[in-house]
Write a protein that binds this ligand. Structure first.
Ligand code: ATP
Length: 361
């Protein structure tokens, strides 16, 4: 039967709320986390990510609602009694201990003998790509990235079913971060464990996650695959959180009237599926790479007259800032399509309705 094949969620949140006196830090969250998935919670500073993670890890209790693990209520179960482990931004390693002793610490706590601990530490080091000869190295003599791997290996030594990550890569330089993101994704695959990760960085979330949850002011406003979040954001907030995007506010006076720009002049072609047929007010979001400069004779469903006043080289691409009335629009082109230096700075920016995302206001 199909039902037999559908696994129940490993973690389930029903109406989870957290208040500090009058202040609501997390507002009634319902969420199912599937066994073995990589779920990332993103959101701006103060949106409630850490508060949510602390409740999941058992460091705080919800003010209302229930958290269940394998169907058992765990609201009041302390962190050390849960089959979960939290990897902090600060890593919380023992500075005076070796790499091996740091990784083997959870096993020591369980009374595992030295020889078995060292053997297991070596296995875990291989898994997180640390060289075997680091076993007796003082952890403070390791680089930031290596310490990151030690913390990860130690978390795995607990053999948790669920690993929580609290912005572990936020203090790491960009290049190393990119390497560690991929390694973390591989590790997730290799171990088959459930990873719940929080970050400010949507880019990080996009690379690693099976699903992303976007938080705003304590609420989980959208949960979906990276593709769903990127292509079908539910509202203007999610849209703008996804990075640099041009947003035009549009409205229409009647069902069959055209969509008129409210913050830029003009009539715009806006395609379904969103907004819903009854909507009379919406935001059209166009990514900078979906805009182009129209050459004379070239057409596009939507056009805006503007003036280029700035340009930035972004590796293989160039970003232009174009003033359209009071608004600044961003246009990103491959270098091969860059405006010639001699070109007129007065431009026509164009896009087709299908290349824009429309969200209801
Ligand atoms: P950041 O990305 O900056 O870490 P965040 O999304 O993790 O932010 P939280 O740390 O969960 O946000 O905080 C959410 C809100 O709850 C904030 O306004 C914060 O000030 C408040 N808050 C968190 N912990 C407490 C506490 N112990 N007492 C009072 N207010 C708190």
């Amino acid at each position: 039967m199909l039902q037999d094949k559908v696994k129940p969620p490993i973690l389930q949140l029903v109406g989870v709320r957290k208040t500090f006196n009058e202040f609501v830090a997390v507002e009634r969250i319902d969420l199912d986390v599937m066994d073995g998935e990589f779920l990332t919670i993103v959101g701006p500073s103060g949106s409630g990510k850490t508060t949510l993670l602390r409740m999941l890890a058992g460091m705080d209790q919800p003010s209302e609602g229930n958290i269940t693990l394998h169907g058992e209520r765990i609201n009041d179960v302390p962190p050390n009694k849960r089959p979960t482990c939290l990897v902090f931004q600060s890593l919380a390693l023992f500075p005076h201990k070796t790499v091996g002793d740091n990784i083997g610490f959870p096993l020591k706590m369980r009374g595992v003998d030295t020889k078995t601990r060292r053997a297991r530490a070596l296995e875990l080091m291989a898994m997180v790509r640390l060289p075997a000869n680091y076993l007796d190295k003082n952890v403070m003599k390791c680089s930031g990235g290596e310490r990151q791997r030690v913390a990860l290996a130690r978390a795995l030594a607990y053999d948790p079913e669920v690993l929580f990550f609290d912005e572990p890569l936020s203090a790491i330089d960009y290049k190393l971060k990119k390497v560690l993101e991929k390694e973390l994704k591989d590790l997730h695959k290799e171990t088959g464990k459930t990873f719940i990760y929080i970050t400010h960085s949507l880019e990080e979330a996009m690379v690693m996650s099976d699903r992303i949850g976007v938080m705003r002011a304590g609420r989980l406003v959208q949960v979906g695959t990276p593709e769903e979040i990127y292509n079908r954001p539910v509202d203007r907030f999610v849209c703008e959180f996804l990075g640099e995007v041009n947003v035009i506010e549009v409205a229409k006076a009647a069902a069959d009237a055209p969509w008129r720009g409210l913050d830029v002049p003009g009539i715009f072609q806006v395609r379904p599926p969103a907004p819903a047929p009854h909507a009379d007010h919406a935001f059209v979001a166009i990514r900078p790479e979906s805009l182009r400069f129209l050459v004379p004779g070239e057409t596009a469903e939507n056009r805006l007259q503007g003036i280029v006043y700035n340009e930035y080289a972004l590796g293989s691409r160039i970003q232009y800032q174009v003033r359209v009335g009071d608004k600044v629009m961003l246009v990103e082109l491959p270098r091969s399509k860059a405006l010639p230096a001699s070109a007129d700075r007065s431009v026509v920016v164009g896009w087709d309705a299908a290349d824009a995302i429309t969200v209801e206001a």
